[in-house]
Design a protein around this ligand. Structure first.
Ligand SMILES: Cc1cc2nc3c(=O)[nH]c(=O)nc-3n(C[C@H](O)[C@H](O)[C@H](O)COP(=O)(O)O)c2cc1C
Length: 345
């Protein structure tokens, strides 16, 4: 069983690097513009992108989303990501720790505290596992194993439905999430994997006691496309194709969740590729942005490559604040947003 999980994680890494599994959505970040300010009345060097999230100070409002673990290569990816996140003062989430809970010999591929003692670190498990014998003890074990500050549970119903032997027993998952939220000593965040969380679902999750939501909407890595490339059964191959345009675009998720839950700490992941995307996400109501795929190739290369990618995004975010006349992240909320500039005419 754990061999299968490791093989799957290897395939996910390889296929995710292929551009064809990225889904361009019509209402993605490129369809939006922030109103440019020709008279910023702020110096670029004074722009401040630091923030506090769930009580933790971050130098930039960025999280590296959960991707991997369970294989030697995955272990090196996790360590490169963690070291770079620590050096740049951003948050980091490991990939699903199910493999390590099932087979403790794989635990080392998730361990990063020795190289990143202060990074804001998230554990990761699939919420559907809570219907399959993973309870409070397993969630706490995942957190304790890596010394995490929080636990991210991912919701991935469509991905599971498009996988051979995927787990689609989602009935009752909300009650299990509520139990975990009440029992664990660390905050629980819920994330999707690229099809998005709506305002309606967010309200339900808030009632369960979650500390934050990461919308992980459509516009970046499409798990229908990834699973489509892995599928061997004709039925799954065709279904993956049918779902290759599916999900709530990330900008719509942000708006919808922010309207439904005005005070909920909110992360925007799914299709964030530049600091300009990040600025738009924050202007729409996100507190933090998250990205997975942009850090994958750099993490396979070196720590320096990951740091360079993070610094690029931070630079673009700082310039976006400057060019909209904002000194701090919070100021972005007041910047008018238009679709492809047409609203300005
Ligand atoms: C190679 C790869 C592996 C992933 N594995 C996990 C995982 O184990 N757990 C999880 O919650 N999300 C996983 N994801 C989903 C990402 O965290 C993220 O939700 C999704 O890729 C959308 O973000 P992006 O467009 O920035 O890639 C994975 C993504 C990639 C690219």
């Amino acid at each position: 069983m754990d061999e299968n999980i490791s093989l799957r994680k290897d395939e996910h890494l390889r296929i995710s690097l292929d551009q064809s599994v990225q889904e361009p959505v019509e209402l993605g970040f490129s369809a939006l513009r922030l109103e440019h300010c020709a008279l910023p009345e702020v110096n670029l060097e004074d722009v401040d992108v630091s923030t506090t999230f769930l009580g933790r100070q971050l130098k930039a409002p960025i999280m590296i989303s959960g991707m991997t673990g369970g294989t030697e290569q995955a272990g090196s990816v996790n360590r490169n990501l963690a070291i770079a996140a620590e050096a740049t003062g951003i948050a980091f989430c490991v990939g699903s720790q199910r493999a390590a809970i099932v087979n403790p010999q794989l635990a080392s591929t998730y361990l990063v505290r020795d190289v990143a003692p202060d990074v804001f670190l998230f554990s990761n498990l699939g919420a559907v596992q809570l219907r399959r014998g993973f309870g409070i003890a397993e969630c706490q074990a995942a957190v304790d194993l890596i010394g995490a500050d929080a636990l991210a549970l991912h919701l991935n119903p469509l991905q599971e439905a498009l996988q051979t032997h995927g787990d689609t027993t989602f009935s009752g998952v909300a009650d299990h999430i509520a139990e975990v939220c009440h029992a664990l000593t660390v905050p629980i965040i819920i994330k999707e994997v690229g099809f998005g969380i709506s305002g309606r679902v967010a309200r339900r999750l808030l009632a369960c006691g979650v500390a934050a939501i990461d919308v992980q909407g459509a516009g970046g890595t499409s798990w229908a496309r990834v699973e489509g490339q892995r599928a061997r059964m004709d039925r799954l191959v065709r279904a993956a194709e049918a779902f290759s345009y599916w999900g709530i675009p990330t900008p719509l998720c942000i708006r919808s969740v922010r309207q439904a839950c005005p005070d909920l700490p909110l992360i925007a992941g799914g299709g964030i590729r530049t600091g300009v995307d990040a600025a738009k996400a924050i202007a729409l109501g996100a507190d933090l942005v998250a990205a997975a795929r942009p850090f994958l190739q750099p993490a396979l290369d070196s720590v320096e490559a990951v740091i360079d990618r993070i610094e690029q995004i931070v630079f673009e975010l700082r310039v976006a604040l400057f060019a909209t006349g904002c000194r701090q992240l919070h100021d972005l909320r007041y910047v008018p947003i238009t679709t492809r500039g047409t609203d300005l005419l």
